[in-house]
Structure formats: structure tokens, C-alpha cells
Design a protein around this ligand. Sequence first.
Ligand SMILES: C[S@@+](CC[C@H](N)C(=O)[O-])C[C@H]1O[C@@H](n2cnc3c(N)ncnc32)[C@H](O)[C@@H]1O
Length: 228
Amino acid sequence: MSLPSSHADQLKQLNNRIATDEGTRKPEHYFDTYTKYIGPMRDAEINILELGVYSGASLLIWREFFPRATIVGLDVRPAPERILPALEAGELHFVQGDQSLQADLERCLGPTGGKPFDVIIDDASHVGSLSKASFGFLFPHALRDGGLYVVEDYGTGYMADFYDGAPFSRAVTEPDARQFPSHHAGMVGWMKQLIDELHGPAIMPGTPGLLPIASIEFFPSIAVVRKH
Ligand SMILES: C[S@@+](CC[C@H](N)C(=O)[O-])C[C@H]1O[C@@H](n2cnc3c(N)ncnc32)[C@H](O)[C@@H]1O
């Protein structure tokens, strides 16, 4: 008889079994982050949105791990064949659309009956301006209070050959410097801007448009933003 394994082990096993297309398989350590944040929600009736579907592997992983969740995926490309049976059975939901367009993002709330998501995952373009556009609408308008917004693969900003990436630059400054420039290309630059948003309400109370960010935790190439 096999011993019951931890949520992290279960997610990693699902990843190995379901994400057979090496190109998009999530790195193993992402599931340690997911275990910490969403493992405790396993048996809850939560709403999950993932931007970026590709072959459907991660949607199929979430479907097995969260038996009671409503799971929605959005992609610019049509739904992959692999998830069609789950779509027909109502076990998964798919929206074809662009992550940077508010009208397409609004359609993702259809399957939840307009209820905000508990968890939103951005694993789509990994382009800073597009991910920022999704966040700008979804975080304030489609994520519940206390909900989690996970940004995967922000490390594209360190990739010289990526659309808005740049060669890694580690800005070394004198110890008594008053300014500390850092690498700020693409997704990396946008993630660092979120630190300013986090502090905004304390520094500029009452300023319209500030995002209600309670905390941000960074791990290598994956970050988790919690809403107030
Ligand atoms: C990394 S793959 C997603 C992998 C999937 N989440 C998984 O783990 O199995 C990225 C997907 O994002 C989609 N994509 C790229 N740009 C997009 C955009 N602007 N809006 C929506 N989807 C986009 C691509 O078509 C591709 O299928």
C-alpha cells in the first residue's frame, strides 16, 4: 500500500503524468509555491482562472487536484483537442481571447456566474505590457478580496532573446549610493513596479487607481500577489 503523499508530491506527480510536452511543463519548484498558497483550498468550491492554456496540461492538473473548483482557461488560440471532453462534460471552461483586452477578460467571468476568482494565474504571453494589462483589470475587478494572483515566468525579462527581455544587468552601486538602479526589462520591470503599488496607499492615501495589494512574495520566476 502506498503512503499518502503531500500536496506538493501529488502536484509534481500530476505534472509528470499530464504535462508531457516538455516545452511548457511548469518547473517543479512552482508546485512548492502552489502547495503553500493554494494547497489548503484543495477541497473548497473555488473559482480558478488561468491565462495561457496551450496544450491544456495545467488545466487538466488543476481539474484533478481541485475536484470542486470551477476552472476557466483563456488563450488566444482555439481550445486544444486534449481538453475538449472535459469542456463538454463541464469540468473545464475555455474562453478564446487576448489577455490584454478587457472585453475578453470579462467573458472569463461567465462560467462563475459573475463571481470573482479566488485564484488567477498568468501563464500566457510573459510580455510585460500584456501581463500588466491583464492585471490592471483582473486584480481589482475579477479577484475576490484576499484572493491570489500568481505571475509565472517573470524571468523572461532577463532573457536577451525574448520580445521585451534584456541581457541580465546587475547594477552594482557604491555602498553609500542614494539611488539603486536595477534590471527593469519586460516582466521584471513590471513586477518591480508592483512594489510601488504596494506602498502607494501608505504614501499617497486617497489616490484613485491604486491597486489593493496586501503582499507580494517572490520566488525564482514565480510571484504571488495577495489582494487586500
Ligand atoms: C506557456 S503556454 C501556457 C501553458 C499552460 N498554462 C500549461 O502550463 O500547460 C502560453 C500560452 O499563452 C498563449 N498566449 C500568448 N499570448 C497571449 C495573449 N496575448 N493572450 C492570451 N493568450 C496568449 C499562447 O497561445 C500559449 O498557448
